[in-house]
Design a binder for this molecule. Sequence first.
Ligand SMILES: *[C@@H]1O[C@H](CO)[C@@H](O)[C@H](O)[C@H]1NC(C)=O
Ligand SMILES: *[C@@H]1O[C@H](CO)[C@@H](O)[C@H](O)[C@H]1NC(C)=O
Ligand SMILES: *[C@@H]1O[C@H](CO)[C@@H](O)[C@H](O)[C@H]1NC(C)=O
Ligand SMILES: [Ca+2]
Length: 261
Amino acid sequence: MNPVACIVFLAFVAVATAAPQPLQGQPEDPNPIDTVTTCGGFVETSSASIEFQVGGSIRADMRCVWIIRGPYVSQRFNLVQSGLKETDGLFLSGHSRSGITAQQKLATVGQNITINSRTAILTLSVGHAPTLGFKLEFFSSGSSENSVLSGHALLTTAKGNYTYPVNGGQYGNNENALFAIAPTVPGQPTLRFTRVNLENDSGCTYDSIRVYNWFDNDYLQVVRFCGTTIPTSVTFQDGAGLVAFVTDSSVTSTGFEFQYE
Ligand SMILES: *[C@@H]1O[C@H](CO)[C@@H](O)[C@H](O)[C@H]1NC(C)=O
Ligand SMILES: *[C@@H]1O[C@H](CO)[C@@H](O)[C@H](O)[C@H]1NC(C)=O
Ligand SMILES: *[C@@H]1O[C@H](CO)[C@@H](O)[C@H](O)[C@H]1NC(C)=O
Ligand SMILES: [Ca+2]
């Protein structure tokens, strides 16, 4: 082969070999590698079977929140088995620095919902009557993505308090933290901030705290604030809420403390 023909031939071989590429990045695990059976939790894995009270009953008005974090950009959820009723709901949304995406209801067995964000929020909202358990599977796949979740907590006691940073000192730059309040004994907790010290600017575009109230099967943002002014308290009348904290790339402060009961 002369050099030109050789290059043309090699180029053809390269195109032919590169052509079939159905998977972008990491494929899903063939089967879930972890099992979660608690009401709510922080689940950080590439795949999991989430089984709550399968074959058993769940009390009326129960709320459970799972913060699910996959290593790849796409999180697929598939409902495998369900005893939930029409008035109950399993809801999924994505969380990132910019906020929380709209809720999607996982209602029928076999249904898939894919969340294109590394952090997904799964919320179980039981109606005013007892119900039966469910099982779903979660699989992470796709390209690796380095977005961080710098802090997280799931508060499930009837009342409590929380401080961030947990060990005092200053929070970091580029924080993206998420805290869920979902008491396992149904209630209507009121959230009160007792100390707030964030970088301040008029639109809270640098560092901010957002509070979301679970209402009408959605997380509604009720307040966004920064600086040192304590916001008015928020009652989670539907039994659950979220606190999301983000910071920009410069100027830090000492964070915040809240209590709820
Ligand atoms: C859900 O996704 C899986 C994996 O991609 C697929 O095999 C299955 O057919 C999907 N189910 C439905 C109902 O689309
Ligand atoms: C915060 O909670 C701890 C237990 O978790 C408790 O000992 C402490 O008294 C609480 N502090 C306030 C200010 O409520
Ligand atoms: C925060 O910024 C706002 C708007 O610039 C200003 O009105 C307010 O006084 C500031 N608060 C503090 C505590 O600096
Ligand atoms: Ca800052």
